[in-house]
Design a protein around this ligand. Structure first.
Ligand SMILES: *[C@@H]1O[C@H](CO)[C@@H](O)[C@H](O)[C@H]1NC(C)=O
Ligand SMILES: *[C@@H]1O[C@H](CO)[C@@H](O)[C@H](O)[C@H]1NC(C)=O
Ligand SMILES: [Zn+2]
Length: 486
């Protein structure tokens, strides 16, 4: 955003801070042994290394290799060419394309419809998701115009499937990417700023961030293995404590997670997680995760789905696991169409659609409307009354009360332009996400010297406590308090 308005000295200080913050991280990323000089945390990291299960040739038998997956994606693209498109969002460290299948009746066009993304294989050693996602794509193609759910999904939304976010980690049979960085700790975090510069992110992370900026995703889910539970934000707490920490849309997220778990073969019967769902920070706090970033910076409601107790079940079990997850996936997708509040925002003077944003009274979050059609898609718990407000800088906001039954509600807004300059700042759309590295620069020039002073103090304190802070953060980045990280 307004980087140009920021004093250069301030930028220099930020860069200095970041440089210090990055040093220990990179050292650890190169092997983890570097931590062993640090008392408690050294032993934690050693245990984690020992815990890493050896993945044998036998375990991987029957799973698609990266080359086979790439072939399967292109084969799908030609077999189902009239309802799909295959495209790449970038490349992994080792130059493997990150291929996406888009499924829709108009795959090459933008439409005023919700968009959803599924991401598999975030962790290289959790391969079930990539297999299940290919089953999902093929099932939709085979059942379009035969099964009502398949038809509903193909015709009323745009589904984007990235079977593997981490092909290199898969090939290496380990969790991180080729640089051994855990991609689900590599996103900018709301509490700890070590990750805030997009230029320092791993190529896989950067690809996702740019993708979210370009597409107008309503919701998404990433697939993991090692547990059976639907996990929702927040993933971390401000003070790193392990406890329930709900985001402004906590009710919405619990609803979404329950749609998944209740439609699953047996996720909701979990003994470890009530109803088969969990708040991330309550389970174990993580920082730099993908789901919180999506919600904050993409206005995209993302779940983290753990879909099998074992990370490498026998390949013969994959089709059973797909069957267990099929209705969950379909119902989650269909819920975006069949419930919630949908509509478009127009300017009264020109009649043109405008990319405003929509808020619900009592919930401190915004979803933005698309640039092309001004369409918005607000997931919200059915069976309640809401006051829905649309706003856009330069226009007078407007709000309406609705009763949301089980069905979706359609609600268009026509906003009157407002000449008054004062409105502009108030209504700035934070989810506009021209963010990247700009997201931490919400600073008014007038306050620059105050910030500078505070930063000097922070920098001094930081240097003094550098070792301590870094090791604590690292402990959270690399060693969740669960014996197996999922
Ligand atoms: C795709 O092809 C099938 C089979 O030829 C046809 O029935 C269907 O109408 C087509 N769908 C679209 C969206 O063009
Ligand atoms: C769900 O079913 C699978 C396969 O039958 C089984 O291994 C797993 O323990 C079950 N989990 C729960 C929570 O019932
Ligand atoms: Zn995982």
């Amino acid at each position: 955003m307004a980087i140009s308005r920021i004093h250069p000295l301030f930028l220099l200080l930020l860069l200095l801070l970041r440089a210090f913050a990055l040093l220990p991280t990179q050292a650890a990323a190169r092997g983890g042994h570097d931590l062993s000089d640090d008392g408690d945390h050294g032993s934690v990291s050693r245990n984690l290394l020992q815990d890493k299960p050896h993945i044998t040739e036998e375990m991987t038998r029957g799973y698609m290799s990266n080359a086979e997956l790439e072939t399967a994606v292109h084969a799908f693209g030609s077999r189902c060419s009239n309802i799909s498109r295959v495209y790449s969002i970038g490349k992994s460290v080792n130059d493997f394309p990150l291929l996406v299948i888009e499924i829709s009746d108009k795959p090459r066009q933008r439409e005023a419809e919700p968009a959803f993304k599924f991401i598999g294989n975030v962790h290289g050693d959790e391969p079930v998701g990539r297999e299940v996602l290919m089953h999902l794509a093929n099932w939709l193609c085979d059942n379009y115009l035969k099964d009502p759910l398949a038809t509903l999904i193909v015709e009323n939304m745009h589904l984007h499937i990235l079977p593997t976010m981490n092909p290199d980690g898969f090939a290496l049979r380990w969790r991180g990417n080729a640089n051994n960085i855990d991609l689900n700790r590599d996103f900018p975090d709301q509490f700890f700023s070590v990750n805030n510069d997009i230029n320092y992110r791993q190529p896989e992370t950067r690809a996702i961030m740019n993708w979210v900026k370009q597409e107008h995703f309503t919701a998404s889910a990433s697939l993991h293995g090692g547990a059976l539970v639907a996990n929702y934000p927040w993933d971390g707490t401000k003070d790193t404590g392990k406890r329930y920490y709900g985001c402004p849309d906590d009710k919405t997220f619990r609803h979404m997670a329950s749609v998944y778990s209740q439609s699953h073969y047996n996720m909701s019967l979990s003994k470890e997680f009530e109803g088969g769902i969990t708040n991330g920070a309550l389970w174990y706090p993580i920082y730099g995760g993908m789901q919180d970033w999506n919600y904050i910076h993409g206005g995209c409601f993302e779940l983290t789905l753990e879909i099998s107790d074992t990370k490498w079940p026998k390949a013969a079990e994959l089709s059973v696991i797909w069957e267990h997850n099929r209705m969950s996936m379909l119902n989650l997708l269909a819920s975006l169409i069949k419930s919630g509040v949908h509509g478009r925002i127009f300017a009264a003077d020109t009649g043109r659609p405008i990319p405003g944003s929509v808020t619900i009274k009592g919930i401190d979050s915004k979803v933005r409307a698309s640039r092309t059609f001004g369409d918005y898609h607000r997931i919200i718990v059915p069976g309640e009354k809401y006051e829905v407000m649309a706003s856009m800088e330069g226009f007078r906001p407007k709000s309406t009360r609705i009763v949301l039954e089980q069905e979706a509600v359609n609600l268009d807004f026509i906003l009157e332009p407002d000449g008054a300059d004062g409105q502009m700042k108030l209504l700035r759309n934070d989810y506009g996400c021209r963010c990247g590295s700009g997201m931490m620069f919400h600073v008014e020039e007038a306050h620059i010297w105050l910030y500078l002073l505070v930063l000097c103090v922070v920098l001094t304190l930081y240097l003094v406590f550098k070792r301590k802070t870094a090791s604590r953060l690292l402990a959270y980045r690399y060693s969740p308090r669960r014996p197996v990280a999922v």
